[in-house]
Design a protein around this ligand. Structure first.
Ligand SMILES: [Zn+2]
Length: 389
């Protein structure tokens, strides 16, 4: 059976928005037709929806296994203190963790999220992902703060990766401050071109301070964790400029956060000529650092931007619409249609899912999401999300 839905505006993302557009979807969720108001086939029953119809969201950054930490970590502490708090509180009973992850997974689906890029350090989320209606790309994190057992750390990540969907998983360095130069080099040697990389980048200015001058709160964090940093030398440049050269040229690279990414860093990315995507997690940035990246600069610079919710350790919900509202509240001049593209098609491309998701096109099964209570194309706080398909 094929269902026909029309909305005030259909944003297909791949082509011009359609006023009173109609979308035909079969029982498997596959789009069978997209019509403007004049070309709808005769005799079909169309279900009218009030609002703006868009494809399902793609959330490019989450940590499902931290879902039990909702409301547990104090806000506005800065990243190094946040990390200490998470490391102290992250272990709970498996039962608590599994039930929180299940709820989070259901919350994301209900909120119109079709696919998620999800970071893990364990296999605890694997059974939930296997049963989920959401497509997960799992990024198994590698942490290598000293230069011992580099290959063992990579092998361990590969062992974990084995428990997740083979077509939608990869291994990845966790962050510039948690991997040494030799770790980056060993990682680059170990992976093939289809291994998507997703690395936390410049989430805190403390990370830049560490790389520029070897000063700041990260040194306190390492001392607390008993990590010896005597081998680390100040690089006289930001973190991004220090590690990006060690990442491969042909792999997709998702840089997550970019809260303290400068214009010079953006120029540097251009010169490196790598396949870089910038993922924004605005609500997590406000939660931890109480600030936002220079999003209008990224937009003007025509950057490939995606959006993530990050985890419930640094967010009160996993809701892409809330991330979009946060962006538009703080930066009212950001183009609405562009931001929908960031939250859908760009995310699908970043995770290698663009042939199935991210836009309302015949043959894709992107999910259909209705944005209700919109006033023109403005994302005010009254706008609500409803999953249609
Ligand atoms: Zn993260």
């Amino acid at each position: 059976m094929v269902n026909y839905y029309s909305a005030d505006i259909v944003i297909t993302v791949s082509s011009t928005p359609l006023k009173q557009g109609v979308v035909a979807v079969n029982d498997e969720g596959v789009i069978e037709g997209v019509y403007d108001s004049h070309s709808v086939p005769d005799g079909v029953t169309v279900k009218r929806l009030a609002g703006v119809l868009i494809p399902g969201f793609v959330n490019t950054h989450c940590h499902l296994e931290l879902s039990h930490m909702l409301g547990k970590i104090p806000q506005h502490t800065g990243l190094p203190t946040f990390l200490s708090n998470v490391m102290r509180d992250r272990n709970h009973t498996e039962k608590d963790m599994v039930s929180a992850m299940k709820k989070a997974d259901e919350m994301m689906f209900k909120n119109g999220i079709q696919a998620v890029g999800d970071h893990v350090n364990s296999v605890i989320s694997a059974p939930i992902k296997e049963k989920s209606k959401i497509i997960y790309h799992t990024f198994v994190e590698i942490i290598g703060v000293n230069n011992t057992q580099l290959q063992e750390k990579i092998d361990h990540a590969r062992d974990l990766e084995f428990h997740f969907d083979a077509n939608h998983s990869s291994i990845t360095p966790h962050a510039p401050y948690s991997c040494t130069k030799l770790m980056f080099k060993a990682f680059k040697k170990a992976i093939s071109e289809d291994n998507i990389i997703s690395i936390h980048n410049q989430e805190s200015d403390e990370e830049n301070k560490l790389f520029r001058y070897k000063t700041g709160d990260f040194l306190t964090f390492y001392a607390e964790q008993g990590i010896d940093m005597s081998g680390f030398k100040a690089q006289a440049r930001n973190s991004l400029q220090s590690y990006l050269p060690y990442l491969p040229t042909n792999n997709r690279i998702i840089l997550v956060h970019n809260t303290f990414t400068s214009l010079k860093d953006l120029d540097f990315i251009n010169r490196m000529n790598k396949k870089v995507v910038l993922c924004l997690c605005p609500k997590a940035n406000l939660y931890i650092e109480n600030t936002l990246p220079k999003i209008p600069v990224f937009e003007q610079d025509n950057r490939d931007i995606t959006i993530g919710t990050d985890s419930l350790a640094s967010n009160d919900t996993l809701d892409m619409l809330e991330e979009l509202k946060t962006i538009h509240t703080h930066y009212p001049n950001i183009d609405f249609n562009s931001s929908i593209r960031w939250a859908t098609l760009n995310g699908a491309k970043a995770l290698g899912l663009e042939s199935r998701l991210g836009s309302i096109e015949v043959g894709k099964a992107p999910g259909l999401v209705l944005l209700k209570n919109m006033n023109q194309l403005r994302l005010t706080k009254n706008v609500q999300v409803e999953r249609i398909v």
